[in-house]
Design a protein around this ligand. Structure first.
Ligand SMILES: [Zn+2]
Ligand SMILES: [Zn+2]
Length: 647
């Protein structure tokens, strides 16, 4: 008898080993039809997986993230099948799911055109109606090579080599005549892929760009129902209007310049002002929570990174100044992280257990040599600023301090209005890729076991990401989606039991013995540039008053009202408010229009009556036009809104 613990805690028993799909059929045909993939003991698996021992068993449908990914990835096979039917000479590349659908890369003589997409889409619909089941089979290396040679799939032969050299199984999925080398998972058949839209075709490279192998990439999305597809396409249209990479440039938050470089945005005054506001707020908040501020160099000699492990594990990600291979000359690197610099604060003198926990914070600019193809507006950049911190502590302080970091992160997200958009990811190492990581399996088991206990004690709902840890320890990543659904890490909290030893960090414990402390690496404002991008998208350019770059614009109707306007402006600036006067010699209509375009939260309109009575007429973006009120009252109203950080 095999016992399956279901999501609701109930237990289902099966007589003998059988595929997950058969078990789900036994639970109900409705669930079977909706099932995309299963989670077995927390790991996402294909529905074809045979269950042969007791486990936790969860069925994931299209409503879940992994369900969608599996559905969309299966749709990419359907796309490839349709392309091979219509263009038998096309060679298959890869076809993963994306945040909103899927793509597949093909080598073709002539790149695909929008007219081709129409044809391919129609073919996909036809094939979906035929309802092919996907069959999985495994081959030995020789058999796999033979099959792909027969089919003339030279890129699949490359992939066979790659997987085989890592010792991975070579699994194939077949639907009708179409066969693809793929690890899965997939849904059981193509029948549920009822609504398909191929959205665009672009050029793409196979492998590295410098190899210059051009592919033609087709993007698409798919849903189980036409109404769901329509809803999605409508959302994407709306998303385009909020896209920070467009709106942020139009509203002059930032720009980029080709000859400065990709991923190196220039913050214009508005963007810089928002970031300054956020930075002051977080630095003050961290001070309240017992953090001490540090300021450390942007670069160091390679010697530092050799100790920290960055030289061995992260060199490709760093900008190096000098010849890394010439040991006779000094060689520097821009910092990709602040950790090894901040440790020097601890190392500055002898420490005892009384000094711990030591909470160090720094508004820290970092440099990472990301692939230029990955750059996107303010979300993927090569130079960025984070509020970085390292907590150096005694082992018994770990849980409490971890909770403190999470509390600060959540306070930060809540205040920004982003709390409801995040999910949590427990990023672990990959025991099969030990070369990527510092430390022994025992040390990793201990760090990950401790982190799991803390997360479970807190009761956090998280997903597990394998091979996503930092090279020195496991992470809790707080993930957020941009307006197009693409997920990135915004905030991270990491447990590190290894690095203190490498740097010789020690403290005298209560019993007089020397011990190595534990370290938490964490951010509170993960990346200011990325946060600004998300805020622009979240609020469609109309930031809450407390963080708006320009909070109030005063609009005198005629030149004789200017003195009063400037007077008011000066008073408000003295209170710390961000105020401008539009004294252009123009009619009030165009001035109001411009202020609206600039998404200024409040306009104060000044005419004869206002000057005479000492009042202002307020136009609020949220509340519309308000009756004239004494200037002091209007200022107090705004001050209250700013001080409470109202959303
Ligand atoms: Zn596949
Ligand atoms: Zn760190």
């Amino acid at each position: 008898m095999i016992k399956l613990t279901l999501k609701d805690g109930s237990v289902k028993e099966i007589e003998q080993a059988m595929p997950a799909s058969e078990i789900i059929k036994g639970i109900g045909m409705g669930l079977y039809k909706a099932a995309c993939v299963v989670k077995i003991n927390g790991e996402v698996k294909d529905l074809r997986t045979v269950i042969d021992s007791d486990c936790e068993f969860e069925v994931l449908t299209f409503d879940s993230k992994q369900g969608k990914e599996t559905f969309w990835h299966t749709a990419s096979h359907l796309l490839a099948q349709a392309v091979k039917n219509l263009y038998p000479d096309a060679k298959l590349g890869r076809g993963p799911a994306t945040e909103n659908g899927f793509y597949y890369d093909f080598e073709v003589e002539k790149p695909f055109t929008p007219a081709d997409l129409e044809k391919i889409q129609a073919e996909m619909k036809k094939l979906a109606k035929e309802g092919f089941e996907l069959e999985r089979f495994e081959l030995s290396r020789d058999e796999a090579v033979k099959l792909m040679k027969e089919r003339n799939e030279k890129y699949k032969l490359e992939l066979i080599d790659k997987h085989d050299s890592k010792g991975e199984k070579l699994s194939f999925y077949k639907q009708g005549d179409f066969v693809d080398l793929c690890a899965g998972p997939h849904i059981m058949s193509v029948a549920p892929i009822k609504a398909v839209k191929l959205t665009q075709c672009t050029g793409a490279y196979w492998g590295k760009a410098e190899d210059g192998i051009q592919m033609s990439r087709i993007y698409g999305t798919a849903y189980p129902k036409a109404s769901m597809l329509e809803e999605h396409l409508k959302q994407m249209e709306e998303a385009k209007l909020r896209d920070h990479n467009k709106l942020g440039r139009e509203l002059e938050y930032f720009t980029t310049v080709d000859y400065i470089g990709q991923g190196l945005p220039i913050m214009l005054p508005k963007g810089a002002k928002v970031i300054q506001t956020l930075q002051r707020w977080i630095e003050d908040e961290e001070y309240k929570r017992g953090y001490e501020l540090t300021k450390t160099p942007f670069m160091a000699k390679r010697d530092l990174y050799k100790i920290s492990g960055h030289w061995d594990h992260y060199r490709d990600g760093m900008f190096i100044l000098g010849d890394p291979d010439d040991e006779t000359k000094e060689c520097f690197a821009l910092r990709p992280m602040t950790c090894p610099f901040q440790y020097q604060v601890f190392l500055n003198r002898k420490r005892s257990y009384r000094d711990l926990p030591m909470r160090l914070g720094e508004t820290s600019t970092l440099f990472r040599n990301e692939d230029s193809g990955e750059m996107h507006g303010l979300i993927r950049v090569r130079q960025f600023t984070i509020s970085e911190g390292h907590l150096i502590l005694r082992p018994e302080q770990l849980e409490e301090e971890f909770r403190g970091c999470l509390d600060l992160a959540n306070y930060c997200l809540e205040t920004l209005g982003l709390a409801e958009d995040v999910s949590y990811r427990f990023s672990q190492w990959d025991p099969n890729r030990t070369d990527k990581y510092e430390g022994t399996p025992e040390q990793w088991d201990e760090a990950q076991g401790t982190m799991k206990k803390i997360l479970d004690n807190i009761g956090l709902d998280y997903e597990i990401g394998i091979d996503e840890a930092a090279f020195y320890g496991p992470k809790l990543d707080i993930q957020i989606k941009n307006v197009f659904g693409k997920e990135d890490t915004l905030i991270t909290i990491q447990i590190d039991m290894l690095l203190s030893k490498k740097f010789g960090m020690e403290y005298v414990d209560k019993d007089g013995k020397m011990r190595n402390p534990y370290i938490i690496h964490r951010t509170s404002m993960g990346c200011y540039e990325r946060t600004l991008a998300l805020l622009i998208e979240k609020y469609a350019g109309v930031l809450p008053l407390w963080m708006a770059p320009e909070q109030v614009r005063i609009l005198p109707i005629k030149p004789e009202h200017n003195d009063y306007a400037y007077d008011l402006c000066e008073k408000m600036r003295a209170l710390g408010m961000r105020v401008e006067v539009d004294a252009e010699d123009d009619n009030i209509g165009p001035k109001i229009k411009q202020a609206r375009f600039d998404r200024v939260p409040y306009m104060f309109i000044i005419g004869d009556n206002e000057v005479k009575d000492g009042t202002v007429t307020v136009r609020s973006r949220k509340e519309g036009e308000l009756p004239a009120m004494p200037a002091a009252d209007a200022i107090a109203k705004l001050k209250e809104e700013i001080d409470t950080k109202a959303k």
